[in-house]
Design a protein around this ligand. Structure first.
Ligand code: SF4
Length: 298
């Protein structure tokens, strides 16, 4: 017989979809959550932290705790040789000129792992490591995939103590429906949750960062320069790493226009990705980056 879930938790990415789920629960349109878990990479834009602060208050009024979990600081860990780091999907130019993309480990290490640890803790695993969940304890975990993202649903990260649930799919809500719902409830803009210097940003995101958040733009530019030979720890790259897909330093990258190469790939979804980046932000549960390539040449 299947064990009934002991807890109902939300994996809160803090973007449009998971914010909709959190608020729907808070106002009683969905069952009451036992908690929402946000994994902080330590490198989110200020707008995301402001959004979380506001959301935390609304959830607290509905007796739903918002847990912020963190496993290091992605930015600092990457450029500090004394720290362990997880690979970021940089755009790589190899010495002989070929292009690659770095492996994406950051999401699982800085988001998925701390979320799972918190779930185990809430299910009764013992400190200090919270490794073992007592038998027959299971959590229902809401994931905010909307109807337009059904392709992101995957069993890849399934663990025995979590049963995934997709309330937006059950309600046939797509991203636009979520945005309409949020507007109707007074949430007119929701920042996209993503690291300040995530290589998945599209040109529009880079422009917004440059034009509206100069300090965060300067931070991303400095980080981009710092990772040219890869992360501080480990074997230096033979080639060079970049945050922008053009494989040009960020402060000179062509973020104001679409390049000829990009035009040549003008299938609609690729164009959208180049211009807008990942519309859904970074999800631990469904990677849109496609097949990765270590990009380290021998
Ligand atoms: S937002 Fe980008 S850099 Fe940050 S964890 Fe996700 S994939 Fe990695």
């Amino acid at each position: 017989m299947m064990t009934a879930p002991k807890l109902r938790l939300l994996s809160l990415g803090a973007g449009v979809q998971s914010t909709t789920l959190a608020l729907m629960s808070a106002v009683g349109e969905l069952p009451t959550l036992d908690g929402a878990i946000f994994a902080d990479t330590g490198w989110e834009p200020a707008t995301v932290y402001a959004h979380l602060d506001r959301l935390e208050q609304v959830l607290a009024d509905a007796d739903i705790p918002l847990y912020r979990v963190q496993q290091g600081n992605l930015r600092e860990d990457t450029i500090n040789a004394a720290h362990r780091y997880a690979s970021i999907p940089y755009f790589i130019r190899n010495p002989h000129g070929s292009a690659g993309i770095g492996r994406r480990q950051c999401t699982s290490e800085y988001k998925l792992a701390p979320i799972n640890r918190k779930v185990r803790e809430l299910l009764g695993a013992k400190p200090p490591h919270f490794r073992r969940v007592p038998s027959r304890r299971v959590a229902e975990q809401w994931i905010g995939f909307s109807l337009d993202e059904i392709h992101r649903v995957s069993d890849k990260n399934r663990v025995s103590y979590v049963r995934n649930s997709y309330p937006l799919l059950d309600r046939a809500m797509d991203r636009k429906a979520c945005q309409r719902w949020l507007r109707a409830h007074g949430w007119t803009s929701v920042a996209k949750s993503t690291c300040i210097g995530c290589p998945f940003h599209g040109n529009a995101q880079w422009r917004r960062l440059r034009d509206e958040s100069p300090a965060e733009w300067a931070d991303a530019v400095a980080f981009d320069a710092a990772i040219r030979k890869g992360s501080a720890r480990g074997r230096p790259l033979n080639g060079e790493a970049f945050l922008h897909r053009s494989r040009i330093p960020l402060d000179r990258a062509p973020i104001d226009h679409v390049t000829a190469h990009e035009w040549s790939e003008r299938q609609v979804d690729i164009f959208d990705l180049i211009e807008d980046g990942d519309p859904d932000g970074c999800s631990p549960y469904g990677c849109r980056s496609g097949a990765s390539d270590e990009g380290r040449s021998a």
